[in-house]
Ligand binder design. Structure first.
Ligand SMILES: Cc1ncc(COP(=O)(O)O)c(C=O)c1O
Length: 389
């Protein structure tokens, strides 16, 4: 009997599937997957409904690069927030979520045998993407509890075979937002070694307190060597729509589109029309969104404290990493299974976001997602408090 390819056989099942099933089985509050339990803004949903009903055009294939109004909105958004000069005609590709945006970037910009630097812990699709492209991941860890890079370790990862680095800021799962100083250090190494940056910025609007999101493409001489990835799902609480994009210098975007045209060809058309509307919302939308999430973050932090877990306050994203070693003897997978089945709160064991070599760094950590209604977070806090007792 024919069976799966050697390429995908080692991938296994994602940890999210196991934890989601366990959470369902035990009726646990699911703080595992980054999936809001509340709806997106009513006017954005209304824009999608209107797009669906607005004649036949929106219900047929969109142009491969993306619907014109969305490409224009993406360029205008990059100009408005970061002063970046994105060309809506040749500098943008609209994709099926950021997941496809990263995959198309990897397939379109990286050759078999190239080395690509990944910062650990990383988003879980990056490694399979590189494996499918025949590239070699080179791992550089962020060090707990501050989740910072060791400059010497990063420097040592660059060599003549390095083709690209995949960066993610604000960072899932640590909640770090890279500073200008850190980004400048990375940018200087990329320039010195002529390396491309794939910068995954899906949490660009999820920042707290005084943190500032700086796209690495906005640093001097970086625009031409960077493709920036983002998506609608996080910023507008519509993760199910899977509308994402890549923008950057036309020479790089051409490569991304060469791959994209034979992966999905085009993303869903009505969603793109609504995305154009959403990205053009006034600044107040983005401010209120941050205020809402800052309150959720504070609820989550006090829940973790009440449970006896140690966590560094995230500067961005809707995730937090917490050290459970004061309240539980065992590794992160054992803890996640225990917490889900015995305490009734699901979390994600983060060693799955590391190479085997560095996984030990997160073996007493758990990732919690706080993109949940306040009531659910309060209920989770009550359950988590039993851990400290
Ligand atoms: C860092 C990061 N990149 C990409 C994605 C995927 O985004 P999308 O749902 O738009 O494909 C996620 C979703 O959790 C993420 O956390």
């Amino acid at each position: 009997m024919p069976t799966m390819s050697n390429r995908v056989a080692p991938f296994g099942t994602t940890i999210f599937t196991e934890i989601n099933q366990l959470a369902l089985q035990h009726n646990a509050i699911n703080l595992g997957q980054g999936r809001p339990d509340f709806d997106g803004p009513a006017d954005v949903i209304e824009a999608a409904m209107k797009a669906l009903q607005n004649g036949a055009v929106n219900n047929q294939y969109a142009p491969g690069l993306g619907a014109v109004p969305l490409r224009q909105a993406i360029a205008a958004h990059a100009q408005r927030f970061y002063n970046l000069p994105v060309d809506p005609n040749a500098g943008v590709v609209v994709t099926a979520g950021a997941t496809e945006a990263v995959f198309s970037s990897v397939m379109g910009l990286i050759d078999r045998g190239d080395e690509v630097i990944l910062i650990e812990p990383y988003f879980d699709s990056y490694v399979p993407n590189l494996v499918m492209a025949g590239a070699t991941p080179i791992y550089v860890p962020l060090h707990p509890p501050t989740w910072t890079l060791d400059p010497d370790e990063l420097k040592a990862a660059f060599n003549s075979k390095t083709r690209a680095i995949i960066l993610n800021t604000p960072q899932n799962p640590t909640g770090r937002v890279f500073t200008r100083e850190e980004l400048t250090f990375i940018a200087d190494l990329c320039k010195e070694h002529d390396v491309t940056v794939i910068s995954d910025e899906v949490y660009e609007h999820l920042i707290f307190d005084s943190a500032q999101h700086i796209p690495i493409a906005s640093l001097p001489d970086m625009f031409e060597r960077t493709v920036t990835v983002s998506s609608l799902g996080k910023t507008f609480s519509v993760t199910g729509w899977k509308i994402g994009w890549v923008y950057g210098a036309p020479e790089l975007i051409k490569g991304v589109n060469q791959a994209h045209q034979f992966i999905t060809f085009a993303a869903n058309h009505p969603g793109q029309i609504a995305a154009a509307y959403a990205l053009s919302l006034p600044g107040t939308y983005f401010e209120e969104f941050q205020t809402m999430y800052a309150a959720k973050r504070d609820l989550m932090m006090s829940a973790l404290k009440g449970a006896g877990l140690k966590a560094r306050t995230p500067e961005g994203t809707y995730f937090v990493m917490a050290d459970f070693s004061d309240v539980f003897d065992g590794d992160d997978l054992e803890f996640a299974r225990y917490l889900t089945s015995e305490v009734g709160v699901a979390c994600i064991p983060p060693t799955f976001f590391y190479s085997t070599e560095h996984a030990h760094m997160a073996s007493t950590q758990a990732r919690f997602a706080f993109c949940k209604s306040d009531g659910m977070l309060q209920q989770a806090a009550e359950r988590l408090a039993t851990l400290a007792r």
